[in-house]
Design a protein around this ligand. Structure first.
Ligand SMILES: Nc1nc2c(ncn2[C@@H]2O[C@H](COP(=O)(O)OP(=O)(O)OP(=O)(O)O)[C@@H](O)[C@H]2O)c(=O)[nH]1
Ligand SMILES: [Mg+2]
Length: 360
C-alpha cells in the first residue's frame, strides 16, 4: 500500500514522515525533496502468533510512505517523480498545520486549519478538472470519429468522465460519491486526487497534546465523511520521542500528558478509513499479516498470498487468532472442533488465521 503525504509548505509533512517512520522502516528524508520509506505496521497479535508456532520469520504488513515536496506551489501542477508517486498512491495523508510557532512562517500568514483544508481541497479539484478536461477532449473526438467497439468504449468513458466532472464542477470531491467498484477501477489510471481516500492529519502543537482527543473529535465532526477521515498528532513531539529509548520516551509521555501509541493511532485510522481487514498466516517458516478489503472472501485472501493458491483452492482452515492462542496449536483447536473448514465464499473476518489447502 502506497501513501502520499501532502500539504502546504511548512505544515510538517517531513516531520510527520519521520514520526511515522520512527523505529520502523528506513528512510532518506532531506526535508524538501521527495523521500520514500517503508513502515512495518506493529501488530501484537502477529508477534504472539509467531511465538506460538515458533516462526523463523515474522512479516508484518508494510506500507510505503512518500514525503512529497509541496504540491501546487504558485498554482503549478505537480511534476516529475512526485506527480508519479501521487498518481500511484492508494491514499493521501493531508498534513494540516495547527501548531503555532513564530519562527516557522505560514504561507498564508496565519493559522487557520479549516481555511487550509478548504484551500487544499480546491487545489485538488482544480488539478483533477485539468486531467478530466484533457481526457474528455480526446475521448469525445474518438466518440465522434471512431466506429464500432472503439466508439462505444469512448462513449462509455466520456459518460463516466462527465459524471466525475459534474462533481468537480459542483466543488464536491467525488471520493465519497463514486462508490461503484467497477467505476473506481476504471478511473484508477487517471490519478485523480479527489477519488483517493484522504486522511487529514491535524498537526497540533506540543502544548496541546493533552487535548489531542478533543481536537480530533472537533475536526472529525466537520471534515470526516466516507473515505475521508481525520486524526490529530503532534508530529514534532512524536518524531523526537521516536529517537529516545522506549523507557525515556515513556517518561516524557507521562510528563507531557501525551497518550501512548500516537503513531499507531494514525495507522489504525488509515486502516479503518481504507476499510481493510487484517488476516494472518501462521507458518513455521514465516508467520505473516496481510490486509484485504472488508468483505473480501477467503478465495481472494488466497489470491493475496499467491495466485497459485487461489487457482488450486480446495478449502481453508480458519480460526480467530485469539482462539488459536487459547488452544495453543492448530491440532488442539482441531480436536476441540474449533478449527473451521470454510469454502471459497467465506468472508474473511478481522483477525482470522487462515490455512489454505490447495492443489496445483
Ligand atoms: N512546534 C511544532 N513545530 C512543528 C511541528 N511539526 C512541524 N514543526 C516545525 O515546522 C517546520 C516545518 O516542518 P517540516 O516537517 O519541515 O514541514 P514540511 O511540510 O515538510 O515543509 P516543506 O517540505 O518545506 O514544505 C519545522 O521547523 C518543524 O520542526 C509540530 O507539531 N510542532
Ligand atoms: Mg518537507
Amino acid at each position: 500500500m502506497d501513501l502520499a503525504i501532502v500539504g502546504l509548505p511548512f505544515s510538517g509533512k517531513t516531520t510527520v514522515f519521520k514520526a511515522l517512520m520512527a523505529g520502523h522502516g528506513s528512510a532518506s528524508a532531506d526535508g524538501r525533496g521527495e523521500a520514500i520509506g517503508a513502515v512495518k505496521i506493529p501488530d501484537e497479535r502477529l508477534q504472539k502468533l509467531g511465538k506460538l508456532v515458533g516462526a523463523k520469520k515474522i512479516t508484518p504488513v508494510e506500507v510505503v510512505l512518500h514525503d512529497l515536496p509541496t504540491l501546487f506551489e504558485r498554482g503549478a501542477a505537480p511534476s516529475g517523480s512526485a506527480a508519479e508517486a501521487l498518481a500511484r498512491a492508494d491514499a493521501l495523508i493531508h498534513v494540516v498545520r495547527v501548531f503555532e510557532r513564530d519562527d516557522v512562517a505560514h504561507p498564508a500568514g496565519s493559522i487557520d486549519a479549516d481555511r487550509d483544508i478548504g484551500a487544499f481541497d480546491a487545489e485538488m479539484l482544480l488539478h483533477d478538472l485539468g486531467i478530466v478536461d484533457r481526457r474528455l477532449g480526446k475521448v469525445d473526438t474518438t466518440a465522434r470519429t471512431a466506429k464500432g467497439a472503439e466508439r462505444d468504449a469512448a462513449r462509455r468513458e466520456s459518460e463516466m468522465l462527465k459524471r466525475v466532472k459534474k462533481h468537480l464542477d459542483a466543488e464536491t470531491p467525488p471520493r465519497d460519491l463514486i462508490t461503484d467498484e467497477a467505476e473506481i477501477k476504471a478511473l484508477a489510471n487517471f490519478g485523480l486526487l479527489t477519488l483517493k481516500p484522504l486522511l487529514a492529519l491535524v498537526n497540533i502543537g506540543e502544548s496541546a497534546v493533552a487535548e489531542r482527543d478533543a481536537i480530533e473529535a472537533n475536526f472529525r465532526e466537520r471534515h470526516a465523511r466516507t473515505r475521508t477521515s481525520v486524526t490529530a498528532l503532534c508530529a514534532r513531539l512524536e518524531a523526537e520521542l521516536a529517537e529516545l529509548s522506549p523507557e525515556e520516551a515513556k517518561e516524557f509521555r507521562v510528563e507531557m500528558g501525551a497518550g501512548e501509541g500516537a503513531t499507531d493511532h494514525v495507522l489504525e485510522a488509515l486502516r479503518e478509513m481504507l476499510g481493510l481487514v487484517t488476516f494472518f498466516t501462521a507458518g513455521e517458516k514465516d508467520t505473516r499479516a496481510w490486509t484485504i478489503p472488508n468483505g473480501a472472501t477467503v478465495l481472494q485472501a488466497a489470491g493475496r498470498i499467491h495466485t497459485d493458491i487461489e487457482r488450486g483452492f480446495i478449502r481453508a482452515e480458519v480460526i480467530a487468532w485469539d482462539k488459536l492462542l487459547e488452544f495453543g496449536s492448530h491440532n488442539e483447536a482441531k480436536k476441540a472442533g474449533q478449527l473451521r473448514q470454510e469454502g471459497r465464499t467465506y468472508v474473511v473476518q478481522e483477525g482470522d488465521v487462515i490455512n489454505v489447502l490447495f492443489n496445483v
